[in-house]
Design a protein around this ligand. Structure first.
Ligand code: BDR
Ligand code: CA
Length: 307
């Protein structure tokens, strides 16, 4: 069991990750970031989540925009009007005692090399931590992110042909994080789109909160993609902590395209030729999951959510 902090733009699959994380790890705090929804909405959703599951842990609001770009509107068609399916009254405000970056820096500094940060939204808060305190990179035990796409089985992007949402939302932040010395594992679309839950499987968990909030995501995929099922992208970060043996991993340095029609693309050196490329020179290797045992991951996740 790891001590974890989850950094999230809490929408629906984030809620699955939070629940999976809370049930199997020592979840010591939730930090929020603008992404699926505004940072305010994410903070209110995180508080609602904690109230529903009886979690008494800090919720800290983080960045409300990317490092260099204006925020785009919440993705209400997938995640509902409030980012959590629009099905619960939320009595909470977005005020928090500490901001996300302060909380991450302070908590990680107090527990050097003990805390795994699980980032399941844009990497803005993490880049801010690294910029404010470069030592953060060495104090974190590991950063495990859901983000990026490397093209395995055609999974190249969900925002464009090249870009995955979390990276696309703040490519500058992502590139800074990838260039930093922080120890890091990446769960990209290559594996997250290989683990789809049907509406029946979500219902089979008996978790009425997850079932309620998932309804609009399931209706969206039925209308848009023709099946009543959903990718629980973010939950795969927790699965990786529990069962790394369920993933095929490659190790490469990663950069992010921050301009042009490849905006938001995660890039790895690909050439079989010994080409000198300053863009990757000296960068640390990242563990990138490119294959997954779909059946086993689904069994682990569904059995745990049934508890
Ligand atoms: C990622 O984008 C968000 O919409 C999901 O919550 C997940 O973190 C998948 O591309
Ligand atoms: Ca997310």
């Amino acid at each position: 069991m790891e001590k974890i902090i989850i950094d999230t733009d809490i929408g629906i699959d984030d809620a699955f990750a939070l629940r999976y994380g809370a049930l199997t790890q020592e979840l010591i705090g939730i930090t929020t970031v603008s992404g699926n929804v505004t940072a305010d909405m994410a903070t209110r959703n995180a508080k609602l989540f904690c109230k529903h599951y009886g979690l008494d842990i800090p919720v800290c609001k983080g960045a409300s925009r990317g490092l260099t770009i204006e925020p785009t509107p919440p993705i209400t068609e997938v995640h509902g009007s409030d980012g959590m399916g629009g099905c619960y009254d939320n009595p909470f405000d977005a005020v928090t005692e500490m901001n996300a970056v302060e909380f991450l820096l302070k908590t990680v500094k107090e527990h050097p090399r003990e805390i795994t940060v699980v980032a399941i939204g844009p990497l803005t808060n993490i880049a801010l931590c690294l910029n404010l305190r470069p030592e953060f990179a060495h104090e974190v035990k590991e950063l495990v992110i859901m983000g990026g796409a490397f093209g395995t089985k055609g999974h190249t992007g969900n925002m464009s042909n090249f870009a995955e949402f979390n990276i696309w939302k703040d490519p500058d932040a992502a590139d800074q994080v990838f260039r930093s010395p922080i120890r890091m594992t990446v769960l990209p679309l290559d594996v997250t789109y290989e683990v789809l839950l049907t509406g029946g499987e979500v219902a089979s968990t008996g978790d009425s909160f997850l079932k309620d909030i998932s309804r609009c995501y399931l209706e969206f995929t039925l209308k848009d993609e023709g099946y009543y099922g959903m990718a629980v992208h973010d939950a795969l970060t927790i699965e990786y902590l529990l069962h790394p043996e369920c993933f095929d991993v490659i190790e490469k340095p990663v950069r992010v395209s921050c301009a042009g029609f490849t905006y938001g693309q995660t890039l790895i050196p690909q050439s079989a030729m010994p080409i000198p490329d300053d863009n990757f020179r000296g960068l640390p290797l990242r563990k990138i999951c490119v294959g997954v045992d779909t059946q086993r991951v689904k069994e682990h996740l569904l059995n745990t959510l049934k508890l």
